[in-house]
Design a protein around this ligand. Sequence first.
Ligand SMILES: Nc1nc2c(ncn2[C@@H]2O[C@H](COP(=O)(O)OP(=O)(O)OP(=O)(O)O)[C@@H](O)[C@H]2O)c(=O)[nH]1
Ligand SMILES: [Mg+2]
Length: 632
Amino acid sequence: MPVSSDDPLDEVLRPPPDETPEERDLRLEREAEAKRVSLAIDANIRAERQALRKKRIVRLLLLGQSESGKSTTLRQFQRLYTPTAFREERILWRAVIQLNIVRSIRTILDALSGPLPNSPYSSPRIRNRSLSRSRAPPLPSNYSPPFPPQSHALDNLDQMDHTRRNGHGADMQFSYGTAPHYPPRQPPRPPQTHYPEPDPDDDLDDSDTEFTVANTSYPSSLPNFNGSPRSNPSGSSTTTLAQSPLDALKARLLPLRHIEALLIAKLVPPNEEEATHLAGPSHSHYHNGNGNGHPSPTESHFSHHTLHQSNNNHSRSYGHQRSQSYRNQEIFVRPGPGWKGGLARARVNFPDYSSDTTSSSQSSSSGQRPMSAGNTGLETPDEPQDVLHSCKRDMIQLWNDEAIRDVLRRRKIRLEEASGFFLDDLERVTSLRYMPTDDDVLKARLKTVGVSEYKFEMEVSAGRDSGTEWRIVDVGGSRSQRPTWAPFFDDVDAIIFLAPISGFDQVLAEDRTVNRLEDSVLLWKAVCSSKLLANVDLVLFLNKCDILEKKLNSNIRLAKYVRSYGDRPNDLDSVSKYLRGKFSAIHREYSPNPRKFYAFCTSVTDTATTAGIIASVRDMVIRQHLKQSKLL
Ligand SMILES: Nc1nc2c(ncn2[C@@H]2O[C@H](COP(=O)(O)OP(=O)(O)OP(=O)(O)O)[C@@H](O)[C@H]2O)c(=O)[nH]1
Ligand SMILES: [Mg+2]
């Protein structure tokens, strides 16, 4: 008698009433098999759940001002713990390095087109004559007006009352108005990273005029350029200028403008156009449509996907148009694999440059011939590299010319210390078969905008670390980016805070009234006192110690910028100890709860020293993570 049930499934599953004994045996056999499969699936699910429970997820957050070295530190982690992926991606960095080179050359050329601050030729009379068709002289890349006694480093971090404490605890006193390396006080200017403001007259056609102006502005500063005197028999400042070696060189370097446009089109997809019009400090970097100008955590987290889907098929004329808007901006991408994805999809086989005799020993640090090149597929196989290769001699000549170096010195432009500096490696990096080395990738500069989380498992077995998933959050460090940090403070095991202490004599690119070191100090105070981060361990990298050492050795004195340093010795050891003490004191004074704190003096571009430091950080983070998990 059938058992009645409310479950309609019973009806379906009930054996047929006229089932024969054979059919019954078959059915029972099938049911037994189904049960066996089901049990196996259950066992698998249980095993997977257990494995997931065992898997550690460690979250590390990289914080610090722009150009402090956050993305470089992330690249060091990738180089050390996912070396295969890191190596495979090296070729993709070539476009970034090409752009870094082109922009360094442009910085030099721009520096030549205007009167020097202390030049006898910059008197009003001569300036009027020689600059009649020129723009205002560009500011050097490290132009720093005197610092006002306030800072804006604390914007929007955890809504804390930072100013209440400002000036206490660390008791570092910064000097204002006495910066000996910079031009006299000027009103704050719009953000300007490395290049002068765009000039509406600026196009390829007037470039010769610019150089004519440069020549007349520096009749004595470039006397031996290219081995030829720059004066002319008639004494006229303009008649023979079109023939001058500098003009000729500039003309030969014009193709660099074209490849700058190509590279921008390659690196920054069209859908970033709106987001990268950074004309003013209040202009949003985002186009998120939520009306507040900032990305929601989800949007910023996944922002790289937009880039990933970018279409690199830009026409050249479009590239040129776009380059005008980027001309005076630092080029950036959102973090994540997006821009790399765009380049990687367009990889082509490397052409056989058998005629290139310069590159065989330099093509790669691993000595291997590169397999592919980042390429949009529109130009001939890597047109930018072809152009750089053909301009190599001229770029080397420009960079090595003593008179031009003198102009850069007088303008206080220290390209060697700037981000993305490759001019000392032109012979190697302009080779047709150039493959970026690990060091090159670490030295390349590409500004980060947005926040992204990089997940990886250590490829290199690191003992007890195997099975750990690392999640490293890299953020954009410029002031407009800082409001996007807070949503990523949750669930963090440790923070690496980077303070580039070499910046004691520099100002922020985004606000030239703020000293870089002071900004780092105030940001550090904000991070230390954040209630959201009260239980997160802090690792401090006092970074760019290599640049700091060079500065101190060239007699740039910390005490001129940090009055409280007094008459202590102006050497790396004393300066780094002093600053480390100050940062530690801030940590002690401002942390809401006691916690672990580690400080390192670092040069994160240096692979040898950084490897050990990162291994210590890894061990420390894992230890803490284990301790926390046991407590929970
Ligand atoms: N010489 C030297 N250069 C460094 C050091 N650390 C970083 N750099 C360089 O400084 C530049 C800026 O570093 P990034 O890692 O891009 O800086 P960031 O903090 O990510 O900057 P944003 O993305 O703007 O927030 C890069 O060209 C790096 O190669 C260092 O210790 N020494
Ligand atoms: Mg970055």
